[in-house]
Ligand binder design. Structure first.
Ligand SMILES: C[S@@+](CC[C@H](N)C(=O)[O-])C[C@H]1O[C@@H](n2cnc3c(N)ncnc32)[C@H](O)[C@@H]1O
Length: 301
């Protein structure tokens, strides 16, 4: 779906929402980097790096060489660089396919990586949604290692809550700028006249421990007064009531958190088998290797 169609659809839905990916233009990607590194409450990024540092040998032992490396939602590729360095110990050259919706940032990162690794790394960036990246993966021949550094989190419920609370206490700072970038971008790219002061950023945690569910973070802006917003670039005028909110994601929430049973349920639904699982020292984040079930029907794989 085109950006304008997706954004218009969200803003005219009830309740209104903006897709999560909309915050990731170049400004959003730079703010995301700041959020990852400068926000001391953002444990996720550090925990992921911790797992990679401890277990990269184990993770890569499932890989058949030579392989290509695909990175879904590559961002600044900092985590993936650990894999690039590791794989280049076992093969002379590597094809790297970063996929990201934030096109300008993706191209800058790709150029920087090409310069760093010169002729040992062929970077083939794919700008677009994950679905486009997944389609590209289908066209790639040979062995592939596919990274998707995202939000599978496995920790006790009480700890999850305190982490989320730490995050939300820090919302007025670094991460808030990232979340609000979706509104700023409507002003920048579609000549909107959103007044950020007319909104309050709200973050909460939605808990669902059922096997087929997942818990998630809810991030939304709530209008503090009745007002009108014009977005000429979308040919849209919004009449917002006091207390009305716009979700800053589509669907049920963002940064979904899973219990072990929920990860197993997810694997089962996708006809996958859990090959191995690693967690960081604090048990906050789990990386999982899924493999195809040998009796899965070809059409389902
Ligand atoms: C939380 S960041 C993670 C970046 C990096 N993989 C890491 O772990 O540090 C999410 C990344 O996914 C990208 N992204 C978000 N939604 C996307 C979508 N629907 N399709 C493709 N990329 C997306 C964003 O631009 C951003 O770079």
């Amino acid at each position: 779906m085109e950006i304008t169609d997706a954004v218009r659809q969200g803003l005219t839905s009830s309740p209104r929402y903006l897709p999560l990916w909309f915050r990731y233009d170049k400004t959003g990607s730079i703010l995301n980097d700041k959020c990852l590194t400068d926000n001391k409450y953002y444990y996720f990024h550090k925990s992921e790096l911790d797992i990679i540092q401890r277990y990269i040998d184990d993770m890569v032992c499932h890989v058949k060489f030579p392989c290509s490396l695909v990175d879904l939602g590559s961002g600044n590729s900092v985590k993936t660089r650990r894999f690039i360095d590791f794989l280049l110990k076992y093969q002379d050259k590597l094809k790297y396919i970063p996929v990201d919706i934030s096109e300008d940032f993706l191209l800058e990162t790709s150029n920087a990586l090409s310069e760093i690794y010169t002729n040992r790394l062929t970077v083939q960036p794919v700008a677009g949604d994950y679905s486009i990246g997944i389609e590209e993966i289908g066209k790639l021949s040979g062995n592939k290692l596919i990274c998707w550094f995202g939000g599978l989190q496995n920790e006790p419920r009480t700890q999850q809550t305190s982490r989320i609370l730490s995050l939300s206490r820090n919302m007025s700072g670094i991460c808030a700028n990232l979340y609000l970038n979706a509104l700023h971008r409507l002003n920048r790219d579609f000549q909107g006249n959103f007044k950020i002061d007319n909104f309050k950023l709200e973050v909460s945690f939605s808990r669902d421990l059922s096997v087929k569910g997942s818990s998630a973070v809810i991030i939304r802006v709530r209008s503090t007064c009745k007002h009108e917003v014009r977005i000429p670039g979308l040919n849209l005028t919004l009449l917002l009531e006091e207390g009305e909110y716009i979700d800053l994601f589509e669907g049920e929430g963002v940064s979904h958190k899973y219990t072990l049973d929920q990860i197993r349920g997810l694997a089962e639904e996708g006809h996958l088998h859990i090959e191995n699982m690693w967690t960081d020292g604090g048990n906050h984040v789990a990386y999982v290797i899924f493999s195809k079930l040998s009796n899965a029907k070809p059409a389902d794989t």
